[in-house]
Design a protein around this ligand. Structure first.
Ligand code: G1P
Length: 304
């Protein structure tokens, strides 16, 4: 199959890079993949797969690395546990166990050398082929009540090219993110990306829009990634490939638009934001919410 850009078919596949070391969460991540840390009572990565599936992308490819077996096991059957719960007649918990197995058609490829996010995405080429595809980063948890993928899919369907997700952030935190230069369009939440820089210094940032870990990529991205040299941190950066795509003609699969997201998003790769995500999601749950909220009020009142 030749990989030429500008493919106009629907997005069906999601790629989820999960090869990172999770050093920000040591020692918890010494023997447990960071993607498996629970947010309330579900591994962070399951929220991401559920988000993809809810948007109609039920073919999910994980790009994994060493020590990611627990992640593979989580999306596989656990006969022993299923058998035990079923013997006890505990249908409710049995459903929780089989939920992740039945969620999607899951595939895996190993990244081998950890050469960066761009390299991880390039590993998806033989599975994805000449189709547009989504990339979802596990550290970004989009609140299930504020889905962004449907809007991004609609923009891809209308204009082709690639679509990234952007969020306004305070200028002082822009150096944690990819950052685009943009021009507005007639739609308030859509911009045209004219340039991109990975984790700029605050003084050099072309905007205060941060790239959030949701991407729809034209298959032309693969050829671009294959010739992308290591960039920031000596890694092959997806941001650098998007920068090239932004200036390529649309007939070749170029063009990058941004959807400016204003919903709830948590960075589960950051400890403080991870704790906030757990508390916010738990406090709004029917089973845990009322008790947690009561306790929180008391707790906060007691804080100096
Ligand atoms: C990656 C991307 C960056 C993006 C961020 C979103 O960085 O390289 O452009 O803004 O994800 O979460 P990371 O956070 O993996 O260092």
């Amino acid at each position: 199959m030749t990989t030429i850009g500008g493919y106009t078919g629907a997005v069906r596949k999601a790629v989820v890079p999960a090869a990172g070391l999770g050093t920000r969460f040591l020692p918890a991540t010494k023997a447990t993949p960071k993607e498996m840390l629970p947010v309330v009572d579900k591994p962070a990565i399951q929220y991401v797969v559920e988000e993809a599936v809810a948007a109609g992308l039920d073919d999910v490819l994980f790009i994994t690395g060493r020590s990611k077996r627990p992640l593979e096991d989580h999306f596989d059957r656990n006969f022993e546990l299923e058998e035990a719960l079923s013997r006890k007649g505990d249908e409710e918990r049995l459903a929780l166990v089989t939920e992740s197995t039945d969620l999607a058609l899951i595939h895996y490829v190993r990244q081998g050398d950890p050469l960066g996010l761009g390299h991880a995405v390039l590993m998806a080429q033989s599975h994805v082929g000449n189709e547009p595809f989504a990339v979802l980063l596990g550290d970004d948890l989009i609140d299930p009540r504020d889905p962004v993928l449907p809007r991004m899919l609609a923009i891809r369907e209308e204009f082709g090219g690639s679509v990234i997700c952007l969020m306004e952030v305070p200028r002082e935190s822009i150096s944690l993110y990819g950052c685009p230069a943009v021009t507005p369009t007639d739609e308030a939440d859509v911009v045209i990306v004219t340039d991109l820089v990975e984790k700029p210094d605050v003084a050099d940032a072309p905007s205060t829009l941060a790239v959030i870990g949701r991407y729809l990529l034209d298959p032309a991205a693969f050829a671009v990634l294959a010739r992308t040299e290591p960039g920031r941190g000596g890694e092959i950066q997806l941001t650098d490939a998007l920068r090239v795509l932004a200036t390529m003609p649309s007939e070749e699969g170029g063009g990058v638009r941004g959807v400016v997201f204003s919903g709830r998003r948590y960075d589960t790769g950051d400890r403080l934001s991870y704790l906030q995500a757990s508390i916010m999601l738990a406090s709004e749950r029917e089973d845990l919410g009322p008790d947690l909220r009561d306790w929180l009020k008391e707790f906060v009142a007691g804080l100096q």
